[in-house]
Design a protein around this ligand. Structure first.
Ligand code: NAP
Ligand code: ZN
Length: 352
């Protein structure tokens, strides 16, 4: 075991503060990574503030962070995919059993024995896993991804969660040329969704509650922008979408979007608000529409997404911050005031 600097919260209401955590020495299959950048996902905020207490109660102290990019510093004796100095990424998953049908299908996120990067029982050290708001992490090589060399590491970090969470359902539901696709909520996930829908060739429409984001939405690749609180603007799109991706972190009206779907259209929820959202079933019956959810993506598909980003030069639009600004960043995230992802420059942790 060795000590690593990190930032943690000690309760649902306490601010982040500097701390020291234990990391394991790399075992045979492990890769030790010096973290360069870590994105701030809204899930980090839900978890730090125990907003998902009914499903995934938070164990304190909690060190969030699952959008990690860093450099390999050490490898175990059985590691074959990586060497010291490689630029790598780690997302939301750090382990799974590797033998169940889900793992065999490349869907490790649904493995009954999968392990999240933070706030999950730690098989190696006991207690819970600690995430990327830290100077280093040790991860089994199966869960370490390659970052294409042409991508800026600060902007690549959010691909590890925001990227794969939006890419995976779009691939699953056949987003591409000739499809009309909506993205609801222009936040960290949403802005990646717009970039992917556009790169995949779909006619892309952004739904936002923030009039100030209209120009950005077009710059990011949207063909049209709809202010979702304007009922007239919404009505113009009734019954016309093949697919809508909803990436909203708060309570909102899903039925307004179900009504915009064409026959056999699908609304996929990736946002994870803390409260249940009512769905009017009749909206689904007519036109055989469907409503689904999606959770990040498997490891092979995450690598596919990263390679796609390498080919198309896609990264997240980031605001790089020192870790000392973490509490301020969280306050801004609640107000949808980030363009479009915070990425923590972990060099700032050295000053602690
Ligand atoms: P984010 O950056 O805060 O973006 C959320 C966006 O939702 C905001 O920018 C805002 O966009 C919109 N919004 C906020 N409050 C709203 C309200 N009251 N009504 C309507 N729209 C509102 O968050 P994120 O990091 O993208 O995460 C979004 C959600 O996805 C979170 O709940 C997170 O936990 C979840 N998530 C799920 C997965 C998964 O695997 N399923 C993975 C990662 C994250 P506008 O200003 O454009 O309206
Ligand atoms: Zn996330």
């Amino acid at each position: 075991m060795y000590k690593a600097k990190a930032y943690s919260v000690t309760s649902a209401t306490s601010p982040f503060a500097s701390t020291t955590i234990q990391r394991r020495e790399p075992t045979d299959q492990d890769v030790q990574i010096e973290i360069l950048y870590c994105g701030i996902c809204h899930s980090d905020l839900h978890q730090a503030r125990n907003e998902w207490s009914g499903v995934m109660p938070t164990v304190y102290p909690c060190v969030p962070g699952h959008e990690i990019v860093g450099k390999v510093t050490k490898i175990g004796s059985a590691v074959t995919k990586f060497k010291a100095g490689d630029l790598v990424g780690v997302g939301c998953l750090v382990d799974s059993d590797g033998t169940c049908p889900e793992c065999k299908a490349g869907l490790e996120q649904f493995c009954p024995n999968m392990e999240f990067t933070y706030n999950f029982p730690d098989k190696h050290l006991g207690g819970v896993t600690y995430g990327g708001y830290s100077e280093s992490i040790v991860v089994n090589e199966r869960f370490v991804l390659r970052i294409p060399a042409n991508l800026d590491p600060a902007g690549a970090a959010p691909l590890l969660c925001a990227g794969i969470t939006t890419y995976s359902p779009m691939r699953h539901w056949g987003v591409g040329k000739g499809k009309k696709v909506g993205v609801v909520g222009l936040g960290g996930l949403g802005h990646m969704g717009v970039k992917f829908a556009h790169a995949l060739g779909a006619h892309t429409v952004v739904f936002t509650t923030s009039p100030s984001k209209k120009d950005d939405a077009l710059r990011l690749g949207a063909d049209e922008v709809v202010l979702s609180r304007d009922a007239n603007e919404m009505a113009k799109h009734a019954g016309s979408f093949d697919f809508i991706l909803d990436a909203v972190a708060a309570e909102h009206d899903l039925n307004a979007y179900i009504n915009l779907l064409a026959r056999d259209g699908n609304l996929t929820m990736v946002g994870a608000p803390e409260t249940p959202l009512p769905v009017a079933v009749f909206g689904l019956l007519f036109r055989r529409r469907s409503f689904s959810g999606s959770l990040i993506g498997g490891i092979a598909e995450t690598q596919e997404m990263l390679d796609f980003c390498g080919e198309h030069n896609i990264t997240s639009d980031v605001e790089v911050i020192p870790i000392q600004k973490l509490n301020e960043a969280y306050e801004r995230l609640v107000k949808s005031d980030v363009k479009y992802r915070f990425s923590i420059d972990m060099a700032s942790l050295k000053a602690e």
